[in-house]
Design a protein around this ligand. Structure first.
Ligand code: NAG
Length: 512
């Protein structure tokens, strides 16, 4: 900026505080403030707010509190306070590391550092941006003047309490703000909404409603966000009737028209109580009121139908979504459609949807395959599981460079536990032991421990009497031998008595 004759101002530095917060460089924040002071730039109230917000974002409420306290005491030595907090952090970090070292000796565990986001090369950037952080001055500079905290700063600290579930502190803070002489630090609608959120989060809906009533009494009108927070709270507690009453009340009593978010919340609430008819009626009501559904509205309604075993209705919502020029159908919507059919074991319909989604340029992901695997299991069509596994397997292997170039559009797939466990389950039940072992190997490669207890139980219950029939053609006998070998290999893996006892096993034909 200086090269372009453009000197950074206080806004530039406020942004830099946010930057340090985003990349998790708590220790640098004090140096931004010191730099502002040293450059003779005027610190403003937003700087102070960004500071408190940054520490709240780090979850370091202790330092956030100390900043607010220092402001209340009209102190100008904020940089000294922040440096002390850095020093304390450093000391605690060392203590934690010592403890972890001791732990490592005991258990042989490797300590993985917390995921601090330090981008490559960012070190140099900060050295350049904040040269004072490399060689800090001996004495931290003083603020040119003291700043008294205002509602915004108190509310930000309060949000920290709320997010950490500290309901009592949130309420106490509201009380303290109300008693302030300074009008600038009286609670506003954001403050009250934060308190409402804290009570909602703790499941204390009655207390949350009391705050809403108090807002009206104090002449601080609630806004749509306040109401949406409350709506969500009722839905979470499955009190959809109360949510509906509140939806009416917000429009009639408070004159706040519900928006698409309010409706999405209540439609989602209907799903929680298995009320797909209710979900549809709120969806229609929303449209009657001239509120355009969003992608979330459509997929939520689809979910209502998919979960309640009405895939055809989900499909109709999907078609409507396709026709709506305001929204774009995404993978979530396609997956919801697949899930709807799979829940009923309608594999053929689900497969048709998957082909269509591929034609539309969407690649199935773990969720799609998970739905399909469940559907295959429900439909008792283990043959389908083999086809599914073949497709998944191809997408799991890291392709060599040359190979992938022609086919780079298909993204790699990282299968999850639910999917692989379901596939292995189907294969073990269907006595596809060779495939089962392949899937189990894939689980192990992905660091997913297969549940041996479960597979042993299935094997013993379903297959321990296999291969005992005496009457069969030659071809069948050979096929059976092949499968028996796979079964023996599988039993070996389970730790059940098997023909390989004590020797190495492989899946190829045996020499003897
Ligand atoms: C493994 O399966 C058994 C039997 O189905 C079950 O009781 C157990 O909870 C499962 N263990 C894990 C870790 O999932």
């Amino acid at each position: 900026m200086s090269e372009w004759d453009c000197e950074p101002d206080v806004l530039t530095y406020n942004v830099m505080i946010k930057l340090c917060a985003r990349v998790g460089r708590k220790e640098l924040i004090v140096f931004v403030v010191e730099r502002i002071i040293e450059k003779g730039v005027k610190v403003c109230m937003t700087t102070m707010h960004s500071l408190v917000a940054a520490y709240v974002g780090f979850g370091d409420l202790r330092t956030a509190e100390r900043i607010v306290q220092a402001m209340r005491e009209k102190r100008r030595d904020l940089c000294k306070v922040l440096r002390e907090c850095n020093g304390q952090d450093l000391k605690e970090k060392e203590e934690v590391e010592e403890e972890e070292d001791a732990f490592e000796d005991d258990e042989g565990l490797v300590y993985t550092p917390r995921d601090e986001v330090i981008e490559e090369g960012s070190e140099d950037v900060f050295k350049k941006l904040l040269p004072n952080s490399v060689n800090p001055s001996d004495e931290p500079p003083l603020l040119p003047k003291a700043f008294a905290p205002d509602s915004r700063i108190y509310t930000t600290l309060m949000k920290g309490y709320m997010k950490n579930g500290r309901v009592a502190d949130t309420a106490r803070m509201l009380e303290a703000m109300r008693r302030q002489d300074d009008k600038n630090s009286h609670p506003d609608e954001v403050t009250y909404t934060t308190v409402v959120s804290a009570f909602v989060k703790a499941g204390l809906m009655d207390r949350a409603r009391q705050v809403l009533a108090e807002m009206a009494r104090m002449g601080v009108p609630a806004n749509r966000i306040t109401y949406n927070v409350l709506l969500k709270g009722y839905c979470k507690q499955l009190q959809i009737d109360k949510a509906e009453d509140l939806l009416r009340e917000m429009a009639e009593d408070a004159g706040i028209e519900p928006d698409v978010v309010s409706y999405n919340i209540i439609i989602d609430g209907c799903i929680l109580i298995d009320d797909s008819a209710g979900a549809l009626s709120f969806f229609n009501e929303m449209r009657t009121r001239g509120i355009a559904p969003t992608k979330i509205s459509y997929t939520t309604l689809m979910k209502a139908f998919a979960m309640s075993g009405q895939p055809k209705l989900a499909n109709r919502v999907f078609d409507e979504m396709m026709r709506d020029p305001r929204v774009k159908v995404d993978l979530i919507a396609w997956n919801m459609l697949v899930e709807g059919y799979c829940r009923l074991g309608l594999i053929e319909d689900a497969k048709r949807v998957v082909s269509r989604m591929k034609e539309n340029g969407f690649h199935p992901n773990v969720a799609t395959y998970g739905s399909l695997a469940n559907g295959v299991s429900l439909a008792r069509k283990p043959g389908e599981a083999l086809l599914l596994w073949k497709e998944i397997k191809e997408r799991c292997v890291v392709k060599k460079r040359e190979e992938s170039e022609g086919d780079s559009s298909t993204p790699m797939l990282k299968p999850d536990e639910g999917l692989l466990d379901m596939l292995a389950d189907i294969c073990v039940r269907a006595a596809f032991f060779k495939k089962a072992l392949e899937i189990i190997a894939c689980m192990e490669e992905n660091g997913i421990p297969p549940n041996k207890t479960k597979f042993k139980k299935i094997y013993v219950e379903m297959h321990s009497r296999m291969f005992t029939s005496k009457h069969a053609s030659q071809a069948r006998v050979e096929r059976r031998m092949e499968r028996k070998r796979a079964a023996e290999a599988f039993k070996f893996w389970l730790g059940l008595p098997n023909s390989y006892y004590g020797s190495e096993w492989k899946l190829g034909p045996r020499e003897d």
